[in-house]
Design a protein around this ligand. Structure first.
Ligand code: 9MR
Length: 869
């Protein structure tokens, strides 16, 4: 199922060069970001000579003992040269030791043919150099390279004001969109909807044909003309082959002689995506070696920010000047994104959604908690008796708690908004090679509430596994909540963007709601109940679930989703109100999906796509999937699946945004060590990494050069320097993990029944039970599902069984479980008291045991004997 071809060069699009023009002095500028006002964007260097930008200068640290000039290079790629045209290169450079820069404009690959090959003496005073040359041949992607290696001693080489004028206007970028017939390139679930989109000039319906791998037609029909799709500004039709349910690989759809990429129909399409999406977090851990045994040689790397030179380490990080006079050990955690910053404000939503991926398996029937259990994911803690997904979450929780201002200091209990490099570093740069000093930036209310919410969730999830850690989480949740109450309006400075992102958020009503909800669920205390009920957001669906979707800046929905799904002490009426917000929001997103020509459940009110739009799509999918979990209504599931179709290639660019998935996928996301586009010795992003996606605002120079005037869903380029459209981050892979887990669970259900009231029984007994356990030394977790296969509604329901040996139930969720000797009685909690015919209730519990345990074989539901699996 993993995507096939590496399509290097193809997905990047073509550059159509217009005719030659102007005089040299007004000739077009070919260099991107030659004044370094956009940091290091557009520039690259060899991995041994990392660069940084400060005060409009790019400086690279050249190591000692390089043999040849080309052993250390700084340069820029993708310059379009036109044969016969004259060009003028000017630049200003200095070096802490006198050196010769071999300054070449050349082919960017063998045989490295040069149009300019100069040798410039560079010393410690900045001097300007000028060269004029004529291009011998057309070249869409020439390279400017300052070759500065070959010396015995280390030195610093700095560049400023680089310009290459001449030739044609910068070329017009035309994305390579491949076939106009757009499908989910991974495939379609057998019992799910199967729709696609075709770009065509036709206004009349067209014939479509579905063929299998042998070329045999398996279904056919007519397309439905839609007209101009506002997200792509193209005329499109849709087609629907949902009637085809037979599994297979290599299906294609053909319309007007144009054929889609091949795709599968069947089950199990998302099982590797679930673990790959979660592996993203281990790959991006700070402060620990990434082991080849877990991720393979290609992705293994030394620990980052542990204080081995040139790293300064995250063990004793001071504040930025004037912020505080202490230092904190803020080691560990996950790197935020393509940069090496660690931000509590964004770390909170990310770890919360990772924990929610797990918590869903405790509270939702038909879920596969086993797939996230101990020994199942790529984490070094496998075998410790704790579900791997919680081990991963703890890596981040530990870091987040270290970001809290210590007792006795001003603002004690608040969390620092973020920590990161003092100045922006460039690409490529492995974490352990980052030479920048690290700094804490001021505490903020938003970060403090992220910490309160996520640590409250942490407390209840770790309780069965590590009571001390759970208590620490709860204590942190309480102190940070109190600190936020005392400092309710401390906002991060929107201009604090040097060396890391600002992540500024001046509306924290949503963070207060989220934190109150998590604290209430965990503690049941009245203060937090009141904070939930008194929030101006409570009951306001549009405010809790904005049309454009939840995000790091809009977190209220996280609280509402937890209240709607995790057992808590709201009254039935209050709970119904919260669930109504979820289903009402899901109705809106599902309606957007149905109306969209590409099926995407994302229709922001102003029609423009935001930075990280793919994560907005994913968050809307989380809300719809939760509505499906709550109601069993498959129309929500269908819209989630259409969202996945969009992300996996049914979109205006015919591109899967998830690395390794589909035939044509994003693989040059902005990331400092998955930087294969800049250095072939480095890998591409690991499979299961989702790109931020189309962003109408195209803030980076690469996007600005190529995408001016783009239609919203086409404002994207798979280029490593397009940080505004093509970055990867923890808060985008977190909802991907949640959704992939949900999708894989759809499959693990018998016959595709997702708890939607279908017939699970054989008619021979009144009930059916599944009972599965995860075990470790001294204890176990049981996941129980009971289906009423009889004809009577059971209210309340009561499931009874006897243990064969000394198991003891210690903690249950989604059911009240009482034990007397070996006999156990399980009954409803407030929200699942009625079990209608055909309905299923799922619950779970942890237990202790000494020695071997045998799962109970016989169950009774309201005195009737059940069939057990
Ligand atoms: O995801 C963030 C997006 O919503 C903002 O518009 C953007 C500009 O402030 O920043 C994004 O976050 C980036 C962060 O600041 C630094 N690490 C990478 C993040 C993703 O691009």
């Amino acid at each position: 199922m993993l995507g096939a071809a590496a399509l290097a060069g193809v997905l990047g699009g073509v550059l159509a060069v217009p005719a030659i023009g102007a005089e040299q002095d007004e000739a077009p500028e070919q260099i991107v970001n030659g004044d370094f006002s956009d940091g290091t964007t557009g520039w690259w260097w060899t991995e041994n000579a990392p660069g940084t930008v400060e005060d409009g200068r790019l400086c690279v640290e050249v190591p000692d003992d390089t043999a040849d000039p080309w052993d250390a290079i700084v340069g820029q790629d993708d310059l379009a040269l036109v044969a016969g045209e004259s060009y003028t290169l000017t630049y200003t450079a200095s070096s802490t030791l006198p050196i010769i820069s071999r300054t070449n404009v050349q082919l960017a690959e063998e045989p490295w043919t040069t149009d300019l090959a100069a040798a410039d003496l560079v010393g410690d005073t900045a001097e300007t150099h000028t060269h004029v040359f004529t291009a011998a041949a057309d070249n869409d992607a020439a390279q400017l390279a300052f070759q500065i290696g070959g010396g015995a001693e280390a030195y610093t080489f700095c560049l400023q004001d680089v310009s290459l004028r001449g030739g044609a206007e910068p070329p017009t970028y035309e994305p390579d969109t491949g076939s106009p017939v757009r499908v989910n390139q991974v495939g379609y679930l057998s019992d799910g909807p199967k729709t696609g989109t075709v770009v065509t000039d036709s206004v009349a319906p067209l014939a479509w044909s579905l063929r299998d791998a042998d070329g045999t037609e398996r279904a056919s029909g007519n397309t439905v003309p839609v007209g101009e799709d506002p997200t792509s500004r193209e005329n499109v039709h849709t087609f629907d082959f949902s009637g085809m349910t037979e599994p297979g690989e290599g299906f294609t759809v053909t319309v007007e002689g144009e054929t889609s990429v091949p795709f599968a129909i069947g089950e199990g399409l998302y099982s590797t995506l679930r673990t790959d999406a979660l592996a993203y977090f281990y790959h991006n851990r700070s402060g620990i070696e990434i082991e080849a045994d877990l991720v393979g040689e290609e992705y293994a790397r030394p620990a980052g920010h542990v204080g081995v030179a040139p790293n300064q380490g995250d063990y004793e990080v001071p504040c930025a000047p004037g912020v505080c006079d202490y230092s904190l050990d803020v080691s560990g955690g996950w790197y935020d994104a393509g940069d090496h910053g660690k931000y509590v404000v964004n770390g909170g939503i990310s770890v919360a959604q990772v924990m929610a991926t797990y918590e869903r398996t405790l509270t939702t029937e038909g879920t596969g908690g086993e797939a996230l259990g101990d020994g199942k994911l790529r984490v070094p803690e496998g075998g410790n008796g704790v579900p791997d997904i919680l081990d991963e979450a703890r890596w981040q929780m530990d870091f987040m708690m270290r970001m809290q201002v210590p007792e006795g200091e001003p603002l004690a209990g608040m969390a620092h908004h973020k920590m990161h490099d003092r100045a922006w570093t460039g690409l490529p740069l492995l974490p352990h090679r980052d030479p920048q000093p690290r700094e804490l930036r001021p505490p903020s209310t938003a970060a403090t509430l992220n910490l309160a919410a996520s640590s409250a969730q942490c407390a209840r999830l770790f309780e069965p596994y590590d009571a001390d850690f759970a208590a620490q989480c709860l204590e942190t949740a309480r102190t940070s909540w109190a600190a936020a109450q005392a400092n309710p309006a401390r906002y991060a400075d929107p201009n604090d963007g040097q060396g890391g992102g600002a992540y500024s958020d001046r509306n924290v009503t949503d963070e207060f709601y989220w934190a109150a909800a998590e604290l209430f669920i965990t503690t049941g205390e009245n203060t937090f109940r009141q904070a939930v009920l008194d929030s101006p957001l409570h009951g306001d669906t549009d405010a809790v679930f904005p049309r454009g979707g939840m995000s790091w800046a809009d977190t209220a929905g996280l609280g509402a989703l937890s209240l709607a799904t995790v057992p808590n002490d709201l009254t039935e009426g209050q709970l119904a109100g919260v669930r109504a917000m979820v289903t009402e929001a899901a109705d809106g997103y599902a309606a957007d999906s149905v109306a969209a020509a590409y099926g995407v459940p994302y229709a922001p009110s102003d029609g423009s796509y935001v930075w990280g739009s793919n994560s907005q799509v994913l968050n809307n999918m989380v809300v719809m999937a939760t509505a499906h979990d709550l109601t069993g209504d498959v129309t929500y599931r269908d819209s989630v699946l259409r969202g996945m179709d969009y992300l996996l290639g049914r979109n205006p660019l015919n591109l899967s945004y998830i690395t390794g998935y589909g035939e044509r996928y994003a693989k040059n996301q902005h990331h400092r060590h998955w930087a294969n586009q800049l250095d072939p010795s480095l890998p591409n992003p690991a499979p299961g990494s989702v790109a931020g996606g189309p962003n109408s605002s195209i803030q980076d120079p690469v996007a600005q050069e190529r995408l001016q005037g783009c239609a919203p869903a086409m404002c994207y380029v798979d280029h490593i320097e397009s940080w505004a459209t093509n970055e990867i981050t923890i808060n985008w892979n977190a909802p991907l993990s949640w959704v992939a887990s949900y999708l894989d669970d759809l499959d693990s259900e018998d016959g595709g029944d997702n708890g939607d009231g279908g017939d699970n029984g054989d008619g021979a007994s009144a009930c059916q039970v599944t009972y599965a356990t995860d075990r470790w030394s001294g204890g176990f977790t049981a996941h129980v599902s009971v289906t009423n296969t009889g004809t009577q509604e059971l209210s309340p329901w009561e499931l009874t069984w006897s243990f064969a040996d000394d198991q003891r139930v210690t903690h249950a969720w989604s059911a009240e479980v009482r034990q007397n000797g070996r006999d156990v009685v399980a009954g409803p909690v407030s929200w699942n008291s009625t079990l209608p015919p055909g309905g299923t209730v799922s619950f779970g519990f942890n237990g202790t045991s000494t020695g071997t345990v045998a799962d109970p074989a016989a169950f009774s539901l309201n005195s009737a004997t059940c069939r057990a699996e």
